[in-house]
Design a protein around this ligand. Structure first.
Ligand SMILES: [Zn+2]
Length: 343
């Protein structure tokens, strides 16, 4: 199949996907109606659906994609998802090598002043999906509490309830802290964030395991310093926590946004997510300005296995646009380490 045809198919499927996704929260596809070498572009599920709860579904087929590092896995409930071959493909390999310490809770030693004033984080895209860790009532918010600072959000649950990985990633550390977290799982994600799941009654993963969003990693409980079954859930960037409710509405299980502007001010324990609309509008305008500046120019460094098509998909652009920006032909050979302007 020549490249142009591949690209056309890809675009057609993207359009088809946009239409069908309006009516359904899970992506359904009939494999037989597609050419064997079709590229499927996944719709991002923002709802906390069961589509990626791999526990209850069986894999019926795995289809290679045009990229060696990616396969398409079909499940017996007609859902599907992209699965990365982690031996070949890691989006930004430094995420899983730098400060990668499986032996302790805190792997980073980065001072607050050394973190950027604000940074844009793509939480989900065609290759990164989301699942709510557990849906439920928030019983304790992030921030100052009694004698100390509450570094996370507490969500009510029954002991034994399944706990899901929030995003794709790799388990960095698991431990038991009698006077604190109890059974704890820490996962580092492709988007650079780490999530903490505490007071678990059961841990089903170990350090080094790759996990996908929606995979059951353990069961909720009441271990450690805890009164009553609940999930203590933290989100951290380079060791610094911020209010998880900024990203997740735990009552509905939905992710509030696909792209998140993480500001340094959010690491303050006094900075909580607010539903104050005036403040939100003002903050949104400020966010848009900063995001627009950050988005103005963006580069990608070519790594092994990259193709123009792949780089285009990952950066929400087209091959034609990439060629224009970089003075390339669609047939140009990419060099590893080459800098490609994507925006
Ligand atoms: Zn807590």
């Amino acid at each position: 199949m020549n490249f142009k045809k591949t690209l056309m198919l890809c675009l057609m499927l993207m359009v088809a996907g946009t239409v069908s996704a309006q009516n359904t929260t899970t992506s359904k596809i009939n494999k037989d109606s597609l050419p064997s070498d079709a590229i499927i572009v996944k719709r991002v599920p923002l709802e906390s659906g069961q589509a990626f709860d791999v526990k209850d579904v069986l894999v019926v087929d795995t289809i290679p994609s045009t990229s060696e590092g990616l396969s398409i896995v079909l499940y017996n409930d007609n859902t599907w998802r992209y699965v990365r071959n982690r031996d070949i493909d890691v989006l930004d390999e430094t995420i899983y090598t730098q400060n990668w310490d499986t032996s302790k809770i805190h792997a980073y030693n980065v001072e607050l002043k050394d973190l950027p004033m604000s940074m844009v984080i793509d939480l989900v895209d065609t290759l990164k999906s989301y699942h709510c860790p557990i849906k439920g009532r928030v019983t304790s918010k992030y921030g100052p509490r009694r004698r100390g600072i509450h570094q996370g959000t507490d969500i009510d649950l029954e002991t034994g309830d399944p706990i899901y990985a929030t995003f794709d990633g790799r388990v960095r550390h698991t431990t038991y802290v009698a006077r604190g977290y109890g059974n704890l799982i820490i996962i580092r994600h492709d988007n650079g964030l780490e999530t903490f799941y505490a007071h678990l009654s059961e841990v089903n993963v170990k350090p080094g395991d790759w996990v996908t969003a929606g995979q059951v990693i353990g069961k909720g409980g009441n271990t450690g310093r805890s009164t009553g079954s609940h999930l203590h859930y933290e989100i951290r960037y380079k060791g610094h926590s911020f209010d998880p409710e900024r990203l997740i509405d735990f009552t509905t299980g939905t992710l509030r946004r696909e792209t998140f502007l993480l500001k340094r001010t959010y690491y303050s324990p006094y900075s909580r997510f607010t539903q104050d609309f005036d403040e939100e509008i003002q903050s949104d305008e400020e966010d848009k300005k900063i995001a627009a500046e950050a988005a103005a120019i963006k580069y990608h460094i070519v790594k092994s296995g990259d193709t123009l098509g792949r780089i285009a998909i990952n950066n929400h652009t087209t091959v034609t646009k990439l060629c224009q920006l970089n003075g390339l032909k669609k047939t140009s050979t990419l060099r590893i380490g080459q800098r490609i302007r994507v925006r």
